[in-house]
Design a protein around this ligand. Structure first.
Ligand code: FAD
Length: 540
């Protein structure tokens, strides 16, 4: 059993060790921003720890459109630096985690009377490729109506002129965050979920530690650190408030909703980025036999912890899809799941949420708390580099230069053969097909082998493999709740919600035994999964 802070059976020991030492850098927030900073710091030899109040990626970093993209729409706003940086980072993300970041062609339809004309689209995509340094073979292509309809036969023919086809990447935001944290831990970082930053400790007016609460054991600890970074996403201002450093520049949160449907009414094989009737841009993306689409972009000021998809949000998105695709007649009852995320944007006077820049910004308080807000999933690595460069300089550490550009998140060797052997074992041992191999591979990469190497324990092979997967997550990803496992570690609640009733009871029994739950705690865990599944398709 691996000795690691990400192994739930060693969590207590590692946490108590952390309380008795002083680290060089302490990060608040286990979303993509915090994870990226932890990896950058650990890979430069900085002693780093990270605390996350819930599960890793449970904030915005599990609720995005899941694209590693250059942000085509930022061209319209002349935000060339964001397009250049995120455009280039796409390839880096792909090179470092090809099991998690997949090349994806996006189809951008051009319609009569739309904002996008043939020439302007062709020009914009040309600049987009140029800024991002896209290789010749992957550069944009303009196609006529006939070819668009061959690719997306159900797209509304009325007014269709043609399309631009360009290259982006697709990923899973939660998995990317978790894999980055795992890599950081392998390089010496100490990272903990369910540890909430409550108060700052000061030394001569400067932050020198945190009082944190273990939300599992219901216990407080103190952690000392030379430097603290606040990477709490939508909660950044809450943390600045605790630090009494909330300045004039504050966050504006914007809500973004995605809905998931089966592919029975719409058989979509390619990702489409289309303009809705109100001129907003909507993504429709096929994934694992389902289609997800979104997003809305509306200013938000209610509870950060529990944003909800309103009926108005859901109806709006269904209407956009029904207008874009012919005869599909999507209704609320077609939705099998949904998620809603909050973009942590930095307030700009007089601008609507869709006009506010997605650029990240760093704030340093009088007590030297460093806060980072804004930004994109795609640019996590360069954001992290900027923060760690700053920490290094400010604290006069003598850390190495940034190492992450060529740092692989998983060991990669002979991928195709490994994938084939996983597939063969799944067929022979578990009677499961290549779709299951794909499911495991795109989540756990080479570690899929650890999941399938064990012999099936249950007469039902599907239940056996799920329990092996849970066991892997207990020991390598600090999974502490059933709902976390199904939301953040494998996204089953979003893409395979119907499968959950098949295994939830034996899985809960297994978890009860391993995590010493009482019968009451076990039932509470099952209820929270069922409640989540219900709420993800109930819109009020
Ligand atoms: P978060 O992921 O929210 O992480 C902050 C963490 O801090 C949370 O996990 C929270 O629990 C924790 N925390 C808060 N308070 C405390 C505390 N007191 N103690 C300990 N921990 C605490 N970007 C892209 O590149 N591509 C996309 O396709 C894309 N699509 C998007 C679609 C939508 C609808 C939205 C909302 C955003 C999208 N983005 C996309 C942007 C991207 O998702 C975000 O920029 C990114 O996920 C923000 O990550 P973060 O780590 O800063 O915040």
């Amino acid at each position: 059993m691996s000795e690691s802070c990400l192994n739930v059976f060693h969590r207590k020991k590692f946490l108590s060790d952390l309380s008795s030492q002083k680290v060089e850098l302490l990060i608040i927030g286990g979303g993509i921003t915090g994870a990226g900073i932890a990896l950058d710091a650990a890979s430069r030899g900085i002693q780093v720890a990270l605390v996350e109040k819930s599960d890793f990626s449970s904030g915005t970093s599990s609720k995005s459109t899941k694209l590693i993209h250059g942000g085509l729409r930022y061209l319209k706003e002349f935000q060339f630096s964001i397009v250049r940086e995120t455009g280039k980072e796409r390839t880096t993300a792909y090179n470092n985690a090809p099991h998690l970041v997949h090349p994806e062609k996006l189809i951008l339809p051009i319609v009569k009377n739309g904002t996008l004309g043939w020439r302007s689209t062709s020009f914009a995509l040309w600049i987009y490729d140029l800024l991002a340094g896209v290789s010749k073979k992957d550069r944009k292509k303009m196609v006529q109506k006939k070819e668009v309809l061959e690719l997306i036969p159900q797209f509304n023919k009325h007014n269709l002129v043609g399309a631009g086809i360009y290259s982006e990447y697709r990923s899973d935001d939660s998995r990317l965050t978790i894999e980055i944290l795992k890599k950081a831990v392998s390089l010496g970082a100490l990272v903990f979920n369910y540890i909430e930053a409550k108060e700052f400790i000061y030394d001569n007016g400067k932050v020198s530690g945190l009082v944190v609460k273990d939300n599992i054991e219901n216990k407080e600890h103190c952690i000392s650190s030379q430097c603290i970074v606040n990477a709490a996403g939508p909660w950044v201002d809450e943390i600045r408030q605790i630090n009494k450093s909330l300045g004039k520049k504050r966050l504006k949160l914007s809500k973004g909703v995605h809905l998931v449907i089966k592919n029975n009414k719409l058989n979509l094989k390619h990702s489409v980025y289309f303009e809705a009737d109100d001129k907003r841009m909507i993504f429709a993306i096929p994934r694992e036999g389902k289609i997800y689409f979104g997003t809305t972009d509306t200013l938000y000021s209610s509870s950060i912890d529990n944003p909800k998809t309103s009926k108005q949000d859901a109806i709006y998105l269904l209407k956009c899809m029904n207008n874009a695709f012919e005869g599909i007649n999507l209704e609320l009852s077609d939705v099998i799941s949904s998620w809603v995320g909050l973009r942590p944007l930095i307030h700009e006077q007089g601008k609507s949420s869709s006009e506010i820049s997605r650029k990240d910004e760093i704030f340093i308080s009088k007590s030297d708390l460093i806060s980072i807000a804004g930004g994109k999933l795609t640019a996590y690595r360069t954001m992290a580099k900027r923060v760690v460069d700053l920490v290094n300089k400010k604290m006069k550490f003598t850390a190495n230069k940034c190492q992450t550009k060529k740092l692989k998140l998983i060991k990669l060797k002979d991928e195709l053969n490994v994938f084939k052997s996983i597939e063969n074992q799944l067929i022979n041992k578990y009677n499961l097909d290549e779709n299951y191999a794909y499911y495991l591979w795109t989540r756990y990469g080479l570690d899929s082998k650890l999941i399938i190497n064990k012999n099936p324990k249950y007469s039902n092979p599907f239940i056996s493999i799920i329990i092996n997967e849970f066991d892997y997550c207990l020991k390598n990803e600090s999974v502490l709740h059933l709902l976390d496992f199904l939301r953040f570690h494998n996204a089953r609640v979003y893409f395979y919600p119907q499968s959950i009733s098949e295994f939830i009871n034996p899985l809960a029994d297994y978890a009860k035994e391993k995590l010493n739950w009482t019968e009451e705690e076990k039932l509470k865990e099952i209820n929270s999964v069922n409640k989540f599944l219900k709420e993800a398709i109930t819109f009020e």
